[in-house]
Each structure stands twice: as structure tokens, then as C-alpha cells.
Write a protein that binds this ligand. Structure first.
Ligand SMILES: C[S@@+](CC[C@H](N)C(=O)[O-])C[C@H]1O[C@@H](n2cnc3c(N)ncnc32)[C@H](O)[C@@H]1O
Length: 255
């Protein structure tokens, strides 16, 4: 009698079943996204600014748009006491839960979107908001809500940017009849993407450097460091500029 060969599911098969992966991590000897177009991502990115991070020992951390959990895991490994990560894409939260389990790291992974941060009912010493801003149709509202509801002190922020790598100061006001200041190449800008950017239809607004910095300030975050291009460590200021309050659109009963 022929015996049925028992097949043990390999880690490779489990990773493939949970894919496609955006973040590359090594789980039990297998890489999740070895073919990432940016290389060993986000490890290569993290290597460029990890030196600028504060000591997170004993701190609470919120990782917004956590994807498969790379930054949440790094914070936990560095001694953070309480790490919550969330993402609006269930494929990624499933990956994050699986990875946390394999790595033996206690991270609270939630399924939710950034516009619902008020639901967390908690402020965090460090909020990580990496690589999400340009995926949002309402980026400034997201920053306003983060300031209002979850940021306690530090914000680790990154956005894809395009345009000149300069952000000279802007004047507090401009005369109505003066030639347009908005044509300056480092005027704070967001470029609207109606269709797709880099083959991705979830890219909505691509800021330039000045645009990112102005938006952070305008939402009540003081830029403390820019350890590398596109990456900022900011501090939450108690006072926001006038008019920078979040809005909460009412949901009508006509849909
Ligand atoms: C480019 S990835 C960045 C992932 C990770 N933060 C990093 O830096 O490697 C963008 C992530 O943001 C998530 N995302 C997009 N819109 C979101 C939203 N409204 N709320 C929460 N997460 C969102 C995506 O699902 C994706 O995981």
C-alpha cells in the first residue's frame, strides 16, 4: 500500500500565501519581499535615519500605516513598552500579525484608517507616520487629526517628495497686486495626481520639500530634525496656527 506523503507547509509557502508583500523582512530564514524595487526596503531607508531616533525605552508608540509591521517591530526591539500599529489594508495587517507571531514580538495590530484615529482614545509618546501622506485624498486633515487625538510629543514622519530640495522661508503675507509668489520653485506645493503615479492609483498628492515642511508646521508640529531627505522628527506644539482645527464631516442619510 502506497503511503500518502505528508506535506509540511514551508515558510516560503506561507509567505507567498500572505503576499504580495511591500516590506521586506526575514522570517525564519525566508525574505518576505526580496524583489522590492527599492532594494531591502524599508531596512535601507531605516539605516539612513535610525541614528536620529530618540531612546524609545518604556515609551508608547503608534505606527500609522504600519504595513507588515517593520517600524512597529523595530520600536518594540528598542524597548518601547506599548506599540500599536494600524493599517487600512487587511492584506497588510494579516502580514503584520503573522510576522509579529513569528518574531515573537508583542505588537497590537489594528484594522483601521488614519481618519479614524480619534477612536483610539489614547495619545502616544511617539507617532510614526511614514510613507502614508501622499496616499491620502485629504492629507492635511490626517495631520490635523493626528495632532488633535493621538500625538503626545514626537512625530516620525516621511513622505515621498518631488521637486527642488529647498525650502526657503516664505513671508507672513503677500500683496494682492504683487507678482505671484507661487511661481517660486520652492513655494510649498502639493501636486495632484488624478490618475496614477509610478503605476500606483493610490498616490493622490505629491508634495515638494517646502510643502511637507509647511504642512507639518501648519498642523502644529515643530520640525526638530531632518536626518535625511524626506524624513523628519517633529515635536507636537500645544498651540496650532489659527484655523488649523480638524473637521468632522457629517455623514448624511442620502447614500
Ligand atoms: C508606502 S506604504 C508605507 C508603509 C510603512 N509605513 C513604511 O514606511 O514602510 C503605505 C501604507 O499606508 C497604508 N495606508 C494607505 N492609506 C491609509 C489610510 N487611510 N489609513 C491607514 N493606512 C493607510 C497602506 O495600506 C500602506 O500599508
Amino acid at each position: 500500500m502506497a503511503s500518502a506523503a505528508l506535506h509540511t507547509i514551508t515558510m516560503r509557502e506561507r509567505l507567498d500565501a500572505l503576499g504580495p508583500w511591500f516590506q521586506n523582512m526575514c522570517l525564519d530564514g525566508e525574505w518576505t519581499a526580496p524583489g522590492h524595487f527599492l532594494g531591502d526596503y524599508p531596512a535601507v531607508k531605516f539605516a539612513g535615519f535610525a541614528h536620529a531616533l530618540p531612546d524609545v525605552t518604556g515609551l508608547s508608540v503608534l505606527d500609522i500605516g504600519c504595513n507588515a509591521g517593520f517600524y512597529s517591530f523595530e520600536m518594540k526591539r528598542r524597548g518601547a513598552a506599548h506599540v500599536v500599529g494600524f493599517d487600512s489594508e487587511p492584506l497588510y495587517t494579516a502580514q503584520a500579525r503573522f510576522a509579529a507571531d513569528v518574531l515573537g514580538l508583542e505588537v497590537d495590530i489594528r484594522d483601521m484608517g488614519v481618519f479614524d484615529v480619534a477612536r483610539l482614545g489614547e495619545r502616544f509618546d511617539l507617532v510614526i507616520f511614514m510613507g502614508v501622506l501622499y496616499h491620502l485624498r485629504h492629507p492635511l486633515l490626517a495631520l490635523d487629526l493626528i495632532h488633535e487625538h493621538v500625538a503626545k510629543d514626537m512625530l516620525l514622519f516621511q513622505s515621498l517628495t518631488r521637486g527642488v530640495d529647498r525650502a526657503d522661508p516664505v513671508d507672513p503675507d503677500y500683496d494682492f497686486f504683487a507678482p505671484s509668489p507661487f511661481d517660486r520653485e520652492d513655494w510649498p506645493k502639493l501636486s495632484f495626481v488624478e490618475h496614477r503615479y509610478a503605476g500606483d492609483d493610490s498616490n493622490w498628492w505629491i508634495p515638494n520639500r517646502a510643502g511637507v515642511e509647511a504642512m507639518l508646521r501648519s498642523s502644529g508640529f515643530r520640525i526638530a530634525a531632518r536626518p535625511e531627505a524626506e524624513v523628519y522628527l517633529a515635536r507636537r506644539e500645544a498651540k496650532r496656527p489659527w484655523g488649523a482645527d480638524p473637521v468632522y464631516p457629517a455623514r448624511g442619510d442620502t447614500r
